[in-house]
Design a protein around this ligand. Sequence first.
Ligand SMILES: Nc1nc2c(ncn2[C@@H]2O[C@H](COP(=O)(O)OP(=O)(O)OP(=O)(O)O)[C@@H](O)[C@H]2O)c(=O)[nH]1
Ligand SMILES: [Mg+2]
Length: 452
Amino acid sequence: MEDTIAAISTALGVGAISIVRLSGKEAIQIVNEIWKGSDLIKSPTHKIHYGKIVEKEKEIDEVLVSIMRAPNTYTGEDIVEINCHGGIATTNKILELVLEHGARLARPGEFTERRFLNGKIDLIQAQGIKDLVDATTDEKRALAMNQLNGKVSSKIENLRQEILEKILAQIEVNIDYPEYEDIEQLTNEQILPELKNIKNKMQDILKESKNGVMIQQGIKTSIIGRPNVGKSSLLNALLGEEKAIVTDIEGTTRDIVEGEIVISGVPFHIIDTAGIRKSEQLVEQIGIKKSLEMIDQSELVLFVLNNHEKLTDQDRTILKKIENKNKIIIINKTDLKTNLEIDQLPKEECVFMSTLKEQGLDDLKEKMKELFHLEKIQTEDPTYLTNANSISFLKQAIASIDQAIDGISKNMPIDMVEIDIKKAWDELGLIIGKTYQDELINQLFSQFCLGK
Ligand SMILES: Nc1nc2c(ncn2[C@@H]2O[C@H](COP(=O)(O)OP(=O)(O)OP(=O)(O)O)[C@@H](O)[C@H]2O)c(=O)[nH]1
Ligand SMILES: [Mg+2]
């Protein structure tokens, strides 16, 4: 991290102010070279200066410059922020000037990467910073904030601490001083119950993290059903706008229409598909194929039936296909006479609606909430893992603990079992981006004085 990086930190466009930010050893020197005002080199830290940005005596802009000296800065390096007048030309010009004077254009996320590399944050916190900036709902924001402030990290950190203190340290002591205790007794009375205890805690985090993924990535939802049952009408009702075309002609929807609604903080990405039926027409057949594929790709299927019509073989095929999926069966057009064999449908999964009369929408939303246990989400302080990498590391760590438990049950030597436990510890460390060996040794040493 020898070079000094620079970038425009505000959105590029017309606005009241823009900020050009620099980080690195040369940051203050570089800005001082294009600066008319008090000497920045002599500036104390965390001070704002008024002055002008100049190019060979020519004034470019009137600005405020913040000087922040290492180490108490975002990146841990010297940082200079130039608050200039907003607007594309001015901001770009100032960026150009700092680049000409020796800064390098920062890669996306490079300021935060330096923050991580300088040990100011761990990986979950870094992810939290990104998620916070990207957050589009209040739940996403709250979730990101708990990643950023370290609440999520400390959950993982606590697990590692327990593995270290209650298991690894015990084993180490007993390997080094085997005369002090009976190793089998230790394994069965202490190590095994602790392993099971930690595994349960890890599984709890894994279970909860499904919520994190839901909040962050949303739920892929598709509306499926025969032509004319009211699929597009349902999409429009959910979105509260006339997004899809609705007509009484079968096969109105040919291509895919989509939209998003947020229920209890969880975004549902809803896709309206072409009606499923036997058809000779090529275009429609493509649509139907897409619908069937859509079922496979969806996390939730809204299967729409017409209350006024009897179940067809097609309907039964679809019902079979979605049997083991998250689904809600929507019996639409309840304003018309019932001809549908309602008693043949799984009652607890049905919602009665009339999109025409605007009835049943709240029941549907309630059902969606129930299905994914969303009522809990808004009352909780969300400390979940949200990213696929972290979750897969956690799964690996659980598998390693399982391996260790299995090893004990097969009477494997304790130092063999220990390898799997260390592996779990290491895998948890990957979630927060910590290295393994040095830390393990340091902690063990400080707690147990093995050298005595
Ligand atoms: N009576 C009654 N008619 C409805 C209701 N919902 C939709 N319709 C009518 O049913 C017809 C078809 O509605 P769409 O929403 O286009 O149906 P679709 O399932 O998207 O149809 P395709 O795109 O052709 O597959 C339209 O004439 C709607 O006005 C309802 O609750 N009651
Ligand atoms: Mg349609």
